[in-house]
Design a protein around this ligand. Structure first.
Ligand code: RIB
Ligand code: CA
Length: 343
C-alpha cells in the first residue's frame, strides 16, 4: 500500500513537473535553435510544446519556418509552425549598415545580411517542403497564455520581437506567464554582434528592453558570459556526427560546412548558446551559480546599441528582476545534449 502511494505521489510529482512551452525561435538551418527543438521533442515526459513561433533573427521568418519544417519532417513530427513579426520593432538593415560605417565592424548581422524578398531555399540536398507556416504567431502566443494562465513557459531563443508585441497587444498577459527562459545579452563580456552587444538583444534592442522591463514573474537569463562556458569543439562535433542519423547528418552539414565550419576549420569553437536555456528546462541542476539582477538594454542608437546595462528602477518600478545564470556544470549539460541529439 505504502509503495503504491509512493508510486502515485512520484507520478503526480513528475506530471506536475512537465512544462508547457511556447518555443519561440529564429532557427537557421539547424544550429543551436534546431538542436534545442530536437532536445525538447525528444523529452516528452518533461516538456510539452504548445506552439512553435518564429521570429526574424538568424534568418527572416519564412525561411526560418522552412528550415523548421525540414527538421520536423526528419523527426516525423507534422507540427504546425507560426510566424509572428516580420521585422524587428525599429532596427533595420540600413541602420546596421550605418552602424558598421560609423562605429566599426558588426561581426554578425543575421537576417540583415539577406534580402527579405528572396525566394525560399530548401535545406541542402532536400526539396522545398512546400509547407506553409501559419501567420499569427503573436496572437497564438497570447492565446496559449490566456488559455493556461500561470502555466506557460516561454522559451525565447531569438530576438524578443514576438514577445514584446504580445505584451503590447495584450498587456494583462504579463503576469499570467509562468516564466520566460531566454538566451540573450552580455552582462560582463564583449558582444558577438557588435563589440558591445549580443546578437539577440542587438537585432531588436527595443523589444529586449520591453521584455526586461516587464512584470513577467520569473525571467531566467543565459547571457553570453555563461554561454562562453559551454564551448563546442571539433572533437565533440565528431562524436555527435558519428551517430549517422538524419538529424546528425543535418547537424554535420550545418556545423561542418557552414557556421562554424568544423570540416574546414578544425580549430573553430562555437558556443551552445540556446542549448543552455533549453537544457535548463530538462535539468536545472546543471546551473551551479546564479544571481538576481535588475537589467535593461541600451536603446540609444550608437556604439552601445543593444548592450545589457543595469536597470534604473525609478523608470520601471514594476519591472521584475532577472535570474542571471553565472556558472554551469558543462560536462553534465554536454552529456544531455549529446544523448538527445544522437538518439
Ligand atoms: O548570440 C547567440 C544567439 O544568436 C543565439 O540565439 C543564436 O541562435 C543566434 O541567434
Ligand atoms: Ca537563436
Amino acid at each position: 500500500m505504502a509503495r503504491l502511494l509512493g508510486a502515485i505521489l512520484l507520478l503526480a510529482g513528475l506530471a506536475g513537473a512537465r512544462e508547457t512551452v511556447v518555443f519561440d525561435t529564429d532557427s537557421g538551418l539547424f544550429g543551436d535553435d534546431g538542436a534545442s527543438l530536437v532536445m525538447l521533442l525528444r523529452s516528452p515526459a518533461q516538456v510539452s510544446i504548445a506552439a512553435i513561433t518564429v521570429v526574424p533573427g538568424n534568418v527572416w521568418s519564412d525561411q526560418g519556418a522552412e528550415y523548421l519544417f525540414h527538421i520536423l519532417d526528419l523527426l516525423k513530427r507534422p507540427t504546425l509552425v507560426y510566424t509572428g513579426a516580420q521585422t524587428p520593432l525599429l532596427h533595420t538593415p540600413a541602420m546596421a549598415r550605418e552602424e558598421q560605417r560609423r562605429w566599426g565592424p558588426i561581426a554578425y548581422s543575421g537576417a540583415f545580411a539577406e534580402n527579405p524578398q528572396a525566394a525560399l531555399v530548401p535545406a541542402p540536398g532536400a526539396k522545398l517542403t512546400r509547407r506553409q507556416p501559419h501567420g499569427g504567431g503573436v496572437e497564438r502566443l497570447i492565446g496559449e497564455i490566456e488559455r493556461h494562465p500561470g502555466a506557460i513557459t516561454i522559451l525565447a531563443l531569438g530576438p524578443l520581437t514576438n514577445i514584446a508585441l504580445a505584451l503590447r497587444l495584450q498587456p494583462d498577459i504579463e503576469t499570467k506567464i509562468k516564466q520566460i527562459v531566454l538566451m540573450g545579452g552580455n552582462v560582463r563580456s564583449n558582444g558577438n554582434a557588435s563589440p558591445s552587444a549580443e546578437f539577440n538583444f542587438w537585432f531588436d534592442a527595443e523589444a529586449a528592453r520591453l521584455v526586461l522591463r516587464s512584470r513577467i514573474p520569473k525571467k531566467i537569463l543565459f547571457d553570453l558570459d555563461v554561454c562562453n562556458r559551454a564551448p563546442l569543439r571539433k572533437a565533440q562535433f565528431d562524436e555527435i556526427v558519428a551517430a549517422g542519423t538524419p538529424i546528425t547528418d543535418l547537424y554535420r552539414e550545418d556545423y561542418g560546412r557552414r557556421y562554424p565550419g568544423f570540416l574546414e576549420h578544425p580549430n573553430a569553437v562555437v558556443s551552445l548558446w540556446d542549448v543552455l536555456p533549453t537544457a535548463w528546462l530538462l535539468d536545472p541542476a546543471f546551473v551551479t551559480r546564479s544571481e538576481t539582477r535588475y537589467l535593461d538594454v541600451q536603446t540609444s542608437w550608437g556604439r552601445f546599441y543593444g548592450a545589457t546595462v543595469p536597470l534604473d528602477r525609478r523608470q520601471a518600478p514594476l519591472a521584475t528582476p532577472v535570474t542571471l545564470m553565472l556558472d554551469i556544470d558543462y560536462p553534465r549539460v554536454y552529456k544531455l545534449y549529446r544523448a538527445l541529439l544522437t538518439q
